[in-house]
Design a protein around this ligand. Structure first.
Ligand SMILES: Cc1cc2nc3c(=O)[nH]c(=O)nc-3n(C[C@H](O)[C@H](O)[C@H](O)COP(=O)(O)OP(=O)(O)OC[C@H]3O[C@@H](n4cnc5c(N)ncnc54)[C@H](O)[C@@H]3O)c2cc1C
Length: 121
């Protein structure tokens, strides 16, 4: 499951990975970070934004099978613990998938923008 990015951990609405519709396909571009079994899983479920102006309302999930051109393993993290679990970045470069690999309903254009994060107290 590819959600976290270098600049989007807890603040998932800030993800930068994009999904651009191109006819019967979507094209994914971006980098995911700290992904369990990243780059080696049979299937990656990737969260990407179709419209950043809609905040979390523009985010959708996509199925990307292993071996899809444009899916590449990035940094493999050497952790202090949980070392039996593979943790890596995953890079998507013009990664093209059929439009039906999008999961769930289309983004809701009426969804409110994500609330501003509150300061830690
Ligand atoms: C071993 C491992 C496996 C992982 N596997 C996956 C995976 O398979 N897929 C995936 O998508 N991600 C995965 N992750 C990433 C994980 O989901 C993120 O690390 C997590 O969401 C936190 O994001 P971050 O590391 O950017 O920390 P940050 O969001 O930067 O948080 C850093 C610290 O700030 C605190 N903080 C953040 N925001 C606030 C706030 N508003 N108020 C108060 N405190 C705050 C947090 O509690 C934390 O202590 C994995 C991480 C690890 C370590």
């Amino acid at each position: 499951m590819c959600l976290t990015e270098p600049d989007a951990g807890s603040d998932v609405a800030n993800i930068q990975t994009t999904a651009t519709r191109d006819g019967d396909f979507y094209v994914l571009n971006g980098e995911k970070q700290f992904i369990t079994n990243g780059g080696i899983a049979d299937v990656h479920v990737v969260f990407a934004t179709e419209d950043r102006s809609k905040g979390w309302g523009g985010i959708s999930a996509f199925v990307v099978p292993k071996g899809t051109p444009g899916l590449q393993e990035g940094t493999v993290w050497k952790k202090m613990g949980i070392r039996a679990s593979h943790t890596a970045n995953v890079i998507f470069t013009d990664c093209r998938i059929p439009a039906e690999y999008k999961l769930g309903a289309p983004p809701n254009p009426a969804a409110p923008p994500a609330p501003a994060p509150s300061a830690p107290s």
